[in-house]
Ligand binder design. Structure first.
Ligand SMILES: NC(=O)C1=CN([C@@H]2O[C@H](COP(=O)(O)OP(=O)(O)OC[C@H]3O[C@@H](n4cnc5c(N)ncnc54)[C@H](OP(=O)(O)O)[C@@H]3O)[C@@H](O)[C@H]2O)[C@@H](O)CC1
Ligand SMILES: Nc1ncnc2c1ncn2[C@@H]1O[C@H](COP(=O)(O)OP(=O)(O)O)[C@@H](O)[C@H]1O
Ligand SMILES: [K+]
Length: 535
């Protein structure tokens, strides 16, 4: 029996979310719309091109001033087709437009070819070569470059075109025209956010980086994962008239305030009692950070459970949070006979010795909402299957990439391997597989935090674009996150909801506090976040 879910209603997906479509899912949405007869591929391409022009002019209103010049780089597929539409629409606004094609015009797919031919009635198309780009490197007055080389159809590295790509990157640095990418910056895999054929850390030096990326119908996972945000610059999604589709992968957005409210007649026990286990004396800071996170996120009561010899240290540092000295695993088992303890957090500062393994076993046998983090994960490095055998559906694992690699070495290896084919293996793929294997929710940390449930649902929570908070990468921030998830589990929120909600609140707290933040500030920033949500 799982007892953590009884106090507050299960509100699965009670936060706003937007589906993120893979290349395959996007193609299926397009096919379904066309099969319905209401729209043709040419209609969609026209809307896509018009959307890019509108978004670029909205982003840079000054582009409309004076005689303007654009360079449109078209690729061999439908992304290139969008480029020909954009060229035509800019020309119709009085722009001087130079169009280049990478590939063979005879082999363009039908809709792209149709728009290529329409453009040819207006202007010429030059092959995209090094020489052609050289001519523009010093060209006066090119205000806008449209990157319509590759979109969701990127199947292999852009490396065979390395010279062109390098020239583009150099041009971007030297001449600094604004670059708008159609759907994705070319070379970036829209499923994974990885630049194909590039070692991840070096990718951005030679990649085409856009100032603005305009995607269609729905954002793609690659806009938020890995190098996606740096590559895209800014992201705008334009409606091309397709029906909204649900997808198993979605972008985590603000939780609904109702789920976090303490409104109504209630007492502290109505909001659960969270227990954070601590390690030996001198190592208790991480557990205290987690406990503070659990309390601030709204657990009615929070207790730090610690070895007897650590009681004095915690008692000297904690007031609203209670301290409970435990005599080993037997003490924990005895404590958890009290069913009013509804959420558990194990890992931060717990230590890597055998005692940690035994505490985890005892905690999991009590079948409460349980967060396992840090040492509680690393302890099982030698035999992750032992851990997986004990986990249950009310658990949430919160590894960072290093801890993830200890429990799921094969998945981490696939993520580390160079991406040579599109769509590339992504953090979403890795986390989804991990959750299925563990049989519980897995939250894989990072700027692009990915949260997967065993049923295949995956949320991406990205601290990117307008929600960037790079100062959150500070010691102890992860401990606070684990505590916040524990607090929400203690309150009865379902594991996926707790992980997604905490990830959002965690970044929001960091953004509300701003640069200079340290982990201690995170729980203290939560009240302002809640006030901002109208709680
Ligand atoms: N779906 C929709 O609803 C809508 C889609 N729209 C637009 O269509 C775009 C998707 O179009 P797409 O499928 O034709 O793919 P795209 O990215 O143009 O490239 C495919 C071509 O590139 C080639 N190729 C791949 N990698 C390569 C490499 N490294 N080096 C060289 N060649 C390479 C590949 O060749 P192949 O792998 O087959 O040999 C193929 O020829 C999408 O991003 C959006 O902009 C909009 O119009 C609105 C509605
Ligand atoms: N660039 C970044 N932008 C936003 N959040 C980040 C960034 N890098 C890391 N984080 C977040 O900071 C936290 C770090 O946690 P973790 O790696 O466990 O560190 P610690 O063990 O020191 O607490 C995670 O929640 C992670 O998602
Ligand atoms: K592109």
């Amino acid at each position: 029996m799982i007892t953590s879910h009884t106090k507050e209603a299960k509100l699965n997906r009670s936060f706003s979310h937007a589906p993120l479509l893979t290349a395959t899912e996007m193609r299926a949405a397009e096919q379904a719309a066309m099969a319905g007869g209401g729209v043709t591929g040419l209609d969609l391409m026209e809307r896509a091109g018009a959307g890019v022009v509108a978004a670029a002019l909205a982003e840079w209103p000054d582009l409309e001033e004076g005689a303007q010049r654009a360079v449109v780089l078209c690729g061999p597929g439908n992304n290139g087709g969008d480029g020909f539409v954009i060229a035509r629409l800019l020309h119709a606004r009085g722009w001087r437009v130079d169009v280049f094609l990478l590939g063979d015009a005879e082999r363009l797919p039908p809709d792209a070819r149709h728009n290529f031919l329409r453009w040819q009635e207006i202007g010429q198309v030059d092959p995209l070569t090094d020489d052609a780009l050289d001519r523009f490197a010093g060209a006066e007055g090119v205000a806008l470059v449209v990157d319509a080389l590759f979109g969701t159809g990127l199947t292999r590295p852009f490396l065979d075109l390395g010279a062109v790509r390098g020239r583009l990157a150099a041009w971007q640095a030297a001449a600094q025209p604004r670059i708008v990418a159609v759907d994705v910056p070319s070379g970036l895999c829209s499923d994974s956010g990885r630049y194909l054929g590039h070692d991840d850390s070096a990718a951005l030096d030679t990649a085409i980086k856009a100032d603005l990326t305009v995607s269609f119908h729905s954002a793609k996972p690659g806009h938020y994962l890995a190098q996606g945000p740096e590559g895209c610059g800014k992201l705008v999604v334009c409606d091309i008239g397709l029906d909204r589709a649900e997808a198993p992968t979605w972008l985590a957005q603000a939780p609904l305030a109702g789920r976090l409210s303490k409104a109504g007649p209630s007492h502290k026990y109505a909001h659960g009692h969270a227990v954070v286990l601590s390690g030996p004396p001198g190592k208790g800071g991480a557990a205290r950070l987690a406990a503070r996170g659990a309390l601030r996120v709204g657990a009615g009561l929070v207790t730090v459970g610690c070895p007897l010899r650590a009681v004095a240290e915690h008692a000297g540092r904690l007031d609203a949070i209670m301290v409970h000295g435990l005599d080993g695993t037997a003490g924990l088992a005895e404590m958890l006979e009290d069913m009013r303890y509804t959420g558990l957090c194990l890992g931060p500062g717990l230590g890597l010795g055998p005692a940690t393994g035994e505490l985890v076993r005892t905690a999991l046998a009590a079948r409460r909402g349980t967060v396992l983090d840090a040492d509680a994960l690393s302890r099982f490095q030698r035999d992750p299957a032992v851990l997986f055998g004990m986990l249950h559906e009310a658990c949430v694992l919160t590894p960072h990439m290093g801890e993830f690699a200890r429990l799921f070495p094969d998945l981490a290896e696939q993520l580390r391997a160079e991406a040579t084919r599109g769509p590339a293996f992504s953090k979403v793929d890795a986390c989804r597989a991990a959750a299925a294997r563990a049989g519980c929710v897995v939250l894989l940390k990072g700027r692009d935090t990915v949260i997967a449930a065993p049923d295949g649902q995956v949320a991406i929570h990205a601290a990117a674009y307008e929600r960037a908070a790079p100062w959150l990468a500070t010691a102890g921030a992860g401990d606070v996150l684990a505590g916040m998830i524990c607090g929400l589990l203690a309150r009865g929120v379902d594991p996926l909801g707790a992980a997604v909600t905490a990830a959002w609140l965690h970044v929001e707290a960091a953004r509300s506090y701003g640069p200079g933040l340290i982990a201690e500030d995170l729980p203290e920033a939560l009240p302002r976040v809640f006030r901002g949500m109208g709680l």
